[in-house]
Design a protein around this ligand. Structure first.
Ligand code: NAP
Length: 292
């Protein structure tokens, strides 16, 4: 049994914390909106007053937060995780925040505190079935020590030094965002050329986007995009990808274009919908010859 502080109990974090609790770990939790901790506390988790307080009670501190600003808010300052961490603490950053946010956290670590970045690929269903892909960055001995604990969540793979996990996650999400852009434009093209929806999906089933077309078909046909991975978070990821590419002096026009569709969808008020609602945005906007 390990004492774990779990910080950030949103859609992903609450489920991940629940699985670690089910695996008999000793959990202390903190969330900005305390109501989201209620169910975990009823199941046996302790509730901390502040992130620092949570960190003081744990060997491992896991953060699962929206974005780099949330990570800064929760880790820095007198009530932040770093204020409560000691030489026996390891931090495991599992949000999607990109390599610069991980580097900032690393630069602020008190002496002796360990840090791994371990963002996840997969959504709510994958957490619930323990089938997330987990990209771990950091020193090999630290990764070897802590990755077995992640088994209830999915399959961890050590991808390199600190920051490599965050980089791997951006690589993965660049494909999620890009494929939806391609699929949405293919559907818009089919509409524009007068193909029936049935014919369009039949054609797409024989192409490299077949699996995504099949997965997204019910939402496209019903127009209902219930949130699993919020479009506003995908917008954040699209921006992280293009910023990281610019920082590495890479020209990636496809990533920029796919990100522009996600931005247009958010600006059209779809931020709370699932990120696949970008398909509706593309099908709706493309016939008018503009992004929004
Ligand atoms: P979510 O449901 O929106 O939860 C976000 C969490 O961040 C909440 O606990 C929220 O606290 C907290 N937060 C936001 N701003 C904060 C701030 N300034 N200070 C303190 N806490 C703050 O998001 P999610 O879907 O769980 O995603 C969490 C992370 O995992 C994101 O980086 C996302 O990109 C990534 N991810 C998501 C999925 C998915 O399918 N959903 C899949 C893979 C990776 P409150 O409850 O108080 O708002």
């Amino acid at each position: 049994m390990t004492s774990i502080a779990f910080i950030g109990l949103g859609a992903m974090g609450s489920r991940m914390a629940g699985r670690l609790l089910d695996a008999d770990h000793q959990l202390v939790v903190w969330n900005r909106s305390p109501a989201k901790a209620r169910e975990l506390v009823a199941r046996g988790a302790a509730l901390a007053d502040t992130p620092a307080d949570a960190a003081r009670q744990a060997e491992l501190v896991i953060t699962m937060l929206a974005d780099p600003a949330a990570l800064r808010d929760v880790t820095e300052g007198p009530d932040g995780v770093l204020a409560g961490a000691s030489a026996s603490t390891t931090l495991m950053e599992m949000s999607t925040v990109g390599p610069p946010a991980v580097a900032r956290l690393a630069s602020l670590l008190p002496d002796g505190v360990g840090l791994l970045d371990a963002p996840v690929l997969g959504s709510l269903a994958e957490v619930e079935s323990g089938t997330l892909h987990i990209f771990v960055g950091g020193p090999a001995p630290l990764a070897q020590r802590w990755t077995p604990l992640l088994a209830p969540l999915g399959s961890p793979v050590h991808v390199g030094p600190l920051g490599a996990g965050a980089a791997a996650k951006l690589v993965a999400n660049s494909t999620l965002i890009g494929v939806l852009g391609v699929l949405g434009e293919a559907l818009a093209l089919a509409d524009g050329l007068g193909l029936s929806r049935e014919a369009a999906f039949q054609v797409l089933s024989a192409t490299p986007v077949a699996a995504q077309a099949e997965k997204r078909r019910p939402a496209v046909e019903s127009g209902d995009y219930p949130p699993r991975f919020a479009l506003s978070l995908a917008r954040k990821d699209a921006d992280l990808v293009t910023d990281a590419a610019a920082g590495a002096r890479l020209a990636l026009p496809v990533a920029v274009a796919a990100g522009a569709w996600v931005a247009a969808a958010q600006e059209a008020g779809r931020g709370e919908q699932d990120y696949s609602a970008v398909l509706a945005q593309i099908m709706q906007s493309a016939p008018r010859g503009r992004l929004r």
